[in-house]
Design a protein around this ligand. Structure first.
Ligand code: NAD
Length: 474
């Protein structure tokens, strides 16, 4: 049966007459309907957030911490229901949905402890000068469909911790779990501090341009990020943009083929490759290229592509039809150009469910679309390199700069290479490792600003300097 979900506005669960259908990507069946908000509901949400801000900004760090810990507990206590729902709308296998739900609860609990202390700039006979961080105001949060819960929590939590209130918009493709959490939060957060509204993509620009919103925190594609920057410029809203990536991994000849094969596989195929920080280009030294590419292809044979709710599934469907068609198009382009496949490549756009087989390409050229563009699907191009200098140059030859990885037994060499990569994060001998206390953000067209850690928290504040002249003649 199709369940109707409601929005959270000013502490109340609210519905609209128009709704949006949400589809399970594993079987294309409608599994829920959500409100389709217009400017009216947005105005109500912003108005509630502005009123709530007046009192929330004056609360102590301890009070805010308590509320945020309540959010963590609400998610954790309902984890099983939430991860099952997440799989049904997003497609990711249960184990990965579980990781996202527990990860979001963990992130909330950890970030509840962050505080931005005052900084004393000068303290002498002449003057006392102090910088404090004041909350920026009402935040507009806009979230994509690949990690709907993690992304929502990493916007809601620092906003609240900083003393801001928020109006959050999930992706129209994956709003259900977020709205179930909204229902749980109704009795956890003070009315108006967190408002969650759903609607089509067109609701996004309305948020970006709303005069009652002071800051936009956005995760999504680079193309949309540019539109957001433009919309936010009208009244100089603060912006944090976490955008696309085309992350490169560089594997040096001393890497242990058997040990890295499995890790490299999951660095590309986790969440069916729909991860901003997935390895999307793998550069392997020519000395181990044949052995390692064979080992990865061999490992891939044991991974099941299917419905994420079924036990044993390792790679679920693509989340939505548009993205499915895009990935199929990239694979078709590779076939049309005669590139070699180690495995996969046979897509069936007419089948039920948005399934793409695990697809690994054998040394396609650097300018192949499947290498140069962000695939955002279960596709992994493996490329051969001869010298480290060449690998670094090829890795950096991208408009993106989100993350990257180096695989080698020589960690000193790994760090030396890492420092030459033009990305916000570089891992040596691991992948997708993020910490609630460490800044995460993109260089180049992968973003502006950072989330996570004190750097991320600061983005929800403005610095205010107060000086007192001590030897004034007054
Ligand atoms: P998207 O840009 O299409 O949509 C993201 C959100 O923006 C959705 O809620 C959508 O409704 C909204 N939106 C659409 N048009 C808008 C507009 N003109 N103004 C304001 N909001 C608008 O992205 P997506 O397809 O949902 O997500 C995939 C992309 O997100 C990939 O490029 C991926 O790399 C990126 N991503 C980045 C990170 C990161 O942290 N850097 C994390 C996850 C995903």
């Amino acid at each position: 049966m199709t369940k109707a979900y409601a929005n959270l506005i000013d502490g109340e669960m609210v519905t609209t007459s128009d709704t949006i259908e949400v589809v399970n990507p594993a079987n294309e069946q409608v599994i829920g309907v959500v409100p389709s908000c217009t400017k009216d509901e947005l105005d109500r949400a912003v108005d509630a957030a502005r009123r709530a801000f007046k009192t929330w900004k004056k609360t102590s760090a301890e009070e805010r911490q308590k509320v945020v810990q309540g959010i963590a507990a609400a998610i954790k206590d309902n984890a099983e229901e939430l991860y099952r729902l997440l799989t049904s709308e997003q497609g990711k296998p249960h184990a990965q949905a579980q990781q996202e739900i527990y990860g979001a609860a963990g992130l909330a609990a950890a970030q509840s402890t962050l505080t931005l202390d005052d900084v004393i700039n000068q303290d002498d006979d002449t003057r006392l000068s102090r910088t404090r961080r004041v909350p920026v105001g009402v935040v507009g949060g806009i979230v994509p469909w690949n990690f709907p819960i993690m992304m929502a929590i990493q916007k809601i939590v620092p906003a609240l911790v900083a003393g801001c209130t928020i109006v959050l918009k999930p992706s129209p493709f994956t709003p259900l779990t977020t709205l179930r959490i909204a229902e749980l939060l109704k009795d956890v957060v003070p009315a108006g501090t967190v408002n969650i509204i759903t609607g089509p993509d067109e609701l996004g620009p309305m948020i970006t341009e709303h005069p009652g919103i002071d800051k936009i925190t956005f995760t999504g594609s680079t193309a949309t990020g540019k539109k957001i920057m433009e919309g936010a410029s009208r009244d100089l809203k603060r912006i944090t943009l976490e955008l696309g990536g085309n992350d490169a991994s560089i594997v040096l000849p001393d890497a242990d083929v058997e040990k890295v094969a499995e890790q490299l596989f999951w660095s590309s195929f986790s969440n069916a490759g729909q991860v901003c920080i997935a390895a999307k280009r793998i550069y392997i030294h020519e000395d181990i290229y044949d052995d390692l590419s064979k080992a990865i292809a061999e490992y891939a044979k044991g991974v099941v592509v299917g419905d994420g709710s079924q036990q044993g599934t390792g790679v679920g469907p693509i989340q939505n039809k548009k993205q499915f068609e895009r990935v199929c198009e990239l694979i078709q382009d590779a076939k049309d150009n005669g590139y070699q496949f180690l495995t996969g490549g046979d897509t069936d756009p007419s089948g039920t469910g948005y399934y793409v087989p695990i697809t690994i390409l054998d040394n396609p050229p650097e300018d192949a679309r499947i290498v140069a563009e962000e695939q955002f699907g279960p596709v992994m191009p493996l490329m051969k390199f001869s010298t480290v200098e060449e690998a670094i140059e090829r890795a950096n030859n991208s408009e993106y700069g989100l993350a990257g990885a180096v695989w080698t037994k020589d960690t000193e060499k790994g760090v030396e290479i890492a420092e030459q990569l033009e990305t916000g994060t570089v891992w040596v001998n691991e992948f997708m490792q993020l910490s609630p206390f460490t800044p995460f953000g993109g260089h180049k067209q992968s973003g502006i600003g950072a989330e996570y850690g004190l750097d991320g928290l600061k983005e929800f504040t403005n610095p205010q300097v107060i000086t007192v002249k001590r030897d004034a003649a007054v």
